[in-house]
Design a protein. Sequence first.
Length: 758
Amino acid sequence: MADAKESTSYPRTIDEVLAPNSLKVLQKRYLCKDDDGNPIEMPSDMFLRVANNVASAETRYGATPDQVEAVAADFYDLMTSLEFLPNSPTLMNAGREIQQLSACFVLPIEDSMDSIFGAVRDTAMIHKSGGGTGFSFSRLRPAGDTVKSTQGVSSGPVSFMRVFNQATEAVKQGGTRRGANMGVLRIDHPDILTFIKCKSDGDFSNFNISVALTEEFMDAVAEGREYDLVNPHNKEKHSSLDAREVYELIVEMAWATGDPGIIFIDRMNRDNPTPALGEIESTNPCGEQPLLPYEACNLGSVNLARFVRYSEAGPDLDWDRLADVVHRGVRFLDDVIDVNNYPLERIGDLARGNRKIGLGVMGWADMLIMMSVAYDSDEAIALGEKVMGFIQAEGRHASARLADERGVFPNFEGSIFDTPEGMRVRNATVTTIAPTGTLSIIANCSSGVEPLFAVSYVRTVMDNDRLIEVNPLFEDLAVKQGFYSRDLMALIAEHGTVHGIDAVPEDVQRVFVTAHDIEPVWHVRMQAAFQRFTDNAVSKTVNFSSDATIEDVRTVYNLAHELGVKGVTIYRDGSKQNQVLTTGKTAATTPQPEGRHGEIEPRPRPGVTIGRTEKIQTGCGNLYVTINSDEAGLCEVFTQMGKSGGCAASQSEALSRMISVSLRAGVDPQAILKHLRGIRCPSPAWAQGGKVLSCADAVGIAMEHYLEWVETGTASTTVSKNPDSLDNLSGACPECGSSLEHESGCAVCRSCGYSKCA
């Protein structure tokens, strides 16, 4: 196919109207680059590249070159209007060598070494191409089970999860982002307790985990009785557990760490459109896309904020325009299936056989604000049902029209549509509510069906400058109503919310609610409203304040089951201890000194000190850490960075000087060690039997070993697990260090566009 720039010429207005942060994210992650990493296309070129490539599928159905050209022009307009955007892999890869356009995949794992390590290989290929992967480990025999072929014992599913986690660590997706995984285990697997607690020590940084809850288990919880654990290898009863105790453990771990999430696996299979092909046993990394083994899905989102229209009767949606965009979006996603270069042949066969697509929404919170509707209101819930019901109906009509043109999906026979009353459709599923973290940055709108994360917040850039960022809808309203000031915006950023700020009118406070202003039950009610009219599932994070209780989490899980959602992900603010303090609410929970202390002068360094030097491998190279003591105890730390020098060496030297000053000022070494351990950089390393997360973490490890040497005369040479070590879903972006927003079952950085998920 000809280069996108040569085949057609369109106005480049999109290059001029994109928000500055949208442009920055596109330049960093989406636009084609030369060998030196410099962008060689503008956003208009990217959209043109994607439009031409996807429209080329029309030739398969008899379209003439002129007709293909017209469809390409329509797809270009569809995207550059920012009314619809496809998932990130489509924008990144369409019309390029990779040509892998799907966001998510599910791979099966059978109870054999061939299957396990074959899945590891397939995972690496998918991550390299830009996709995320989901797995059920429920078929693997439990730890300690006898393996007759080798006369050994099984290490269990959690042990093999570590293999997948490390493989993901080693593969960067298409040079743009780290791979994301979902690990699922059935509630009746004998190793379920180990699985529930597996992320409590900061391990499995490349996994989201969810427990697959059955209706039988939920009945046992309600009735207060035991339930059976079943060995998947021989289908025999293994043991029994108290259902309420297990449920309570899930709730407690979710409260403490954000994991595990829960999925209601029987509900997912109740809505499985192709039951003859097998059972759904896992989802993609964010929980919104239940898929069969070897199945993929192509996603896209409609920006609802673009459809608000005003009249004398008040604000409403342009329903005709919305229907038009839904129909065009369905056609776009169906064409993606045909031009997609799937990473595995079996995936391609099933994707073309079921032709699943996932059309969802973003800009929901913006739309509510523009219509003066509070997110946490019955009016918003009713409006959510109305909007998604409309999109579902129009999406199915669009799929039926494509079926008339192109035929039903090949696996139609035996599907839930294959009945006298059934609709003849082109796609086995049409709708999904997916995470839109990075896409919503490009479209300059709110993410998915989430509320605003903040009205005003402080962005800390790389040189520690603090910039005030304000929601544009709030800023415009504040200017129009005359209460705008930079001081007020800074106060709101400090406060974390507009609630309780007298300078903000009460009606404005009511509409501009944020994720932490909203009671958790409203998050679940909103998720349920959209789930009622969504083929697949809804990606949503239930946000809790830092002072939320275990009972609060239990209430949300119970309500989710009652209201019929297919899965729940929760995040309690500050539950991951090194979360960046992004709002005043979080900062307020951090203990502050009661009064100003007198200045402390470090003791002088003596002429002679005694100590030891340890070499630790880091992602930046070998780091040599020397720790010395004087008569009063530890007094100094020196670091030397192998041959790499440069920034890493200078930063390590600065760190060691500050540690030395602190030690000689009387700061407890254990307090320093605690703050060093768990600091993460984008290039961790495996060394000495463990994971060295950064140069700072390496210094902490060396101090840990030194203190052991002082106390016992011997010191460990291995890297111990650190209970304070956190995964990438802590508050800090692993790429730029800015704050992460926890939303839609995922985490996204608004500064650089990093996303934990697809």
